[in-house]
Design a protein around this ligand. Structure first.
Ligand code: FNR
Length: 376
């Protein structure tokens, strides 16, 4: 039997990930004014020392009003760099690559952390009010369409403000470089600002940023092009939602009704031409009417289809991937180039060591943990 693909290295633009297991961005709701804390060092450091090939730090806001919650990480100020640097240095000392997801939450900003939402009567507590460190009056989107009646109604960005957002992503890329990150991921998924521009459901603009497919993808193409120029030598990832899971077709006659796989594949080709190295293929998050048929690997077919249609573009699969053999099969069958494992790694940070054992190989991780798996 040939060596498992899961444990073969992957090189993108001079950065080599030691294996194909990546940690997807996961908000920890534990930052202070955007600064990552000891929580992040311990949490991400723990993952870095247990054998993953790479980590993507949580959605990190390029402007303060672009945070999902008041406790989100940020990178809008130089003071954010030093605490990131500690996490990056520790990760590198473990032989683990680490990147950062640059984000703007758009119309889904100023919300509570999920466990705060859980504590309140159902549906009443999405929004972090001013007295709770929120900014419900300063929430931005493509146009004045709210995600849900219980969410803030966004102000549509002016052309000048769109230019400022693009600049904020460039500044974020430069600060990411100063912090020592190995890759950047642009968050264009899950109903946050860039996805809101992509989708006819959330983009009510009638200028050059709304309406046609070309207009709706314009903001992302601008940001990706600018990020590529500001970050020329290291991998650039983009995360998209390849479908919105809203009932009805993606296209009716000549009219796009919602964002979906057809537009995602066309977009992926353009991102590839700009120099994006990897597309991280997720789904959903832009409509409160979505119906997600969640199940093992339910988003993998979208990754696989895009990978087939855009040869050369590396693709990441994510979503309810939990078993070593399952992950290995997706790679062997050519459905993806890397596997992102989210909640499974929260439940079991030693998953990579255990998976290596199951697939019959030894994985190099921190001596302190590795011996617990291989020296009995
Ligand atoms: C997430 N997810 C997520 N996605 C993203 O693009 N940026 C983010 O900051 C977050 N934050 C986040 C926090 C937490 C606690 C969870 C559980 C998830 C989504 C995540 O990256 C991943 O796509 C999903 O969790 C699906 O993969 P798993 O968990 O089924 O492997």
């Amino acid at each position: 039997a040939s060596d498992p693909k899961l444990f073969q290295p992957l090189t993108l633009r001079n950065v080599t990930f030691k294996n194909r297991i990546l940690v997807p961005p996961m908000c920890m709701y534990s930052a202070k004014d955007g600064h990552v804390t000891d929580w992040h060092l311990v949490h991400l450091g723990g993952l870095a020392s247990r054998g993953v090939g790479g980590i993507c730090v949580e959605a990190t806001a390029v402007v303060p009003e672009g945070r999902i919650s008041p406790e989100d990480a940020g990178i809008w100020a130089d003071s954010h760099i030093a605490p990131f640097r500690k996490v990056v240095d520790f990760s590198h000392a473990q032989g683990t690559k680490i990147g950062i997801q640059l984000a703007h939450a758009g119309r889904k900003a100023s919300c509570h952390a999920p466990w705060v939402q859980d504590r309140a009567p159902k549906g009443t507590s999405y929004v972090a009010q001013k007295e709770e460190n929120g900014w419900p009056d300063n929430v931005r989107g493509p146009s004045e369409l709210a995600y849900h009646p219980k969410y803030p109604t966004p102000k549509g960005l002016s052309i000048k403000e769109i230019d400022d957002v693009v600049q904020a992503f460039i500044d974020g890329a430069h600060r990411s470089e100063a912090a020592g990150f190995d890759f950047i991921e642009i968050h264009a998924a899950h109903g946050y600002l860039i996805h809101e521009f992509l989708s006819p459901i959330s983009n009510g603009r009638s200028d050059e940023y709304g309406g046609s497919f070309e207009n709706r993808i314009r903001l992302l193409l601008r940001i990706a092009t600018a990020a590529r120029a500001a970050w020329p030598n290291k991998p650039l990832f983009v995360r998209i939602s390849a479908t919105e899971w809203v009932e009805g077709p993606e296209k009716e006659g000549n009219e796009w009704k919602q964002w979906g796989l057809e537009q995602s594949a066309l977009l992926a080709q353009k991102l590839y031409e700009i120099g994006v190295d990897l597309l991280d293929v997720s789904t959903g998050g832009n409509s409160s009417h979505q119906k997600i048929p969640a199940g093992p690997g339910f988003q993998v077919p979208f990754a696989a289809e895009i990978r087939k249609r855009v040869p050369g573009l590396a693709v990441g699969a994510v979503g309810l991937i939990t078993e070593a053999q399952q992950a290995e099969n997706y790679l062997k069958e050519g459905k993806a180039d890397v596997i992102f494992l989210g909640r499974e790694l929260l439940r079991n940070p030693d998953w990579p060591l255990e998976a290596a054992k199951k697939l019959g190989v030894k994985l190099k991780a921190a001596n302190q943990y590795e011996r617990a798996w291989y020296k009995l």
